[in-house]
Design a protein around this ligand. Structure first.
Ligand SMILES: O=P(O)(O)OC[C@H]1O[C@H](OP(=O)(O)OP(=O)(O)O)[C@H](O)[C@@H]1O
Ligand SMILES: O=c1cc[nH]c(=O)[nH]1
Ligand SMILES: [Mg+2]
Length: 206
C-alpha cells in the first residue's frame, strides 16, 4: 500500500531540496528534517504492548513499543535520512545495505550488507530518498527478507510511479511511504521533476 505523507512543512522543505541552487549543507539539513517528520506517520501503526509501571501516584498498566525497530539505509543516499529518524526512535538499531545503480543498465549491484541480530522480530524501515525504477528498493527488500525480516516498510522521499508499481508487484506485503509522488522517469532513469542525484547532492560528489 502506498502512503503519500502530504504536509505543508514537508512540502516546503522538499521544495528547498528540489531547487538546483540549494547547496550541500541545506540539502542535508532539509533531508534530515523531512526524515523526522515522516517517521511520525510511518510508525503510526507500530504494535504496542502492556507494561506494568508505578507512577508517583499509583500502579498503572501503560503501553510500550512491542517490537524493536531497525533502520536500514540503502547506501549511500539513505544515510542522509538516518539521523532524523533516530532523533525520534533513539533505541533503533541500524542495518547497512550497500547498493549502487549501474548508470547504463539501471540494474542494482550489492557491495555491502550488515544487520543487527534478531531482525526477524523487528519492524524494518528501509530508507532511501529516491524510488526511481524500484530496482534498488526491491533488491534491498529481498536482502532483508533473506535475513528473516517479516515486517518491512519502505520510506522514500520522492517516488516515480514506475518504482511504486515495481515494488507493489514484487513485494505487495511492504507498505511504501513517500513525501511526494512525482510524474515520471526520464530517458536516463532520473525522477522528473525529482531533485537530481541524491547521493551526489548529500555528499558533494559532483
Ligand atoms: O529505483 P532505482 O532505479 O534503483 O534508483 C534509485 C537508487 O539510485 C540512487 O542510488 P545510487 O545508485 O545513485 O547510489 P548512491 O546513493 O551511492 O549515489 C538512489 O539513492 C537509490 O538507491
Ligand atoms: O532521480 C534519481 C533517480 C535515481 N537516483 C537518484 O539519486 N535520483
Ligand atoms: Mg547516486
Amino acid at each position: 500500500m502506498l502512503h503519500v505523507i502530504d504536509h505543508p512543512l514537508i512540502r516546503h522543505k522538499l521544495t528547498v531540496m528540489r531547487d538546483r541552487n540549494t547547496g550541500t549543507k541545506d540539502f542535508r539539513e532539509n533531508l534530515d528534517e523531512i526524515g523526522s517528520l515522516m517517521v511520525y506517520e510511518v510508525t503510526r501503526d507500530l504494535p504496542v504492548a502492556d507494561v506494568e509501571i508505578e507512577t508517583p501516584i499509583c500502579s498503572y498498566t501503560a503501553k510500550t513499543l512491542e517490537s524493536p525497530v531497525v533502520v536500514a539505509p540503502i547506501l549511500r543516499a539513505g544515510l542522509g535520512m538516518v539521523s532524523g529518524i533516530l532523533s525520534l526512535i533513539p533505541t533503533a538499531k541500524v542495518a547497512h545495505i550497500g547498493l549502487y545503480r549501474d548508470e547504463k543498465t539501471l540494474e542494482p549491484h550489492t557491495y555491502f550488507e550488515k544487520y543487527p541480530p534478531n531482525i526477524e522480530e523487528a519492524t524494518v524501515l528501509i530508507v532511501d530518498p529516491m524510488l526511481a525504477t524500484g530496482g534498488s528498493a526491491n533488491a534491498a527488500i529481498d536482502m532483508v527478507k533473506r535475513q528473516g525480516a517479516k515486517n518491512i516498510k519502505l520510506v522514500c522521499l520522492v517516488g516515480a510511479p514506475e518504482g511504486v508499481k515495481a515494488v507493489e508487484r514484487e513485494h505487495p506485503d511492504v507498505d511504501i511511504y513517500l513525501a511526494a509522488l512525482d510524474e515520471k522517469l526520464n530517458e536516463n532513469g532520473y525522477i522528473v521533476p525529482g531533485l537530481g542525484d541524491a547521493g551526489d547532492r548529500i555528499f558533494g560528489t559532483k
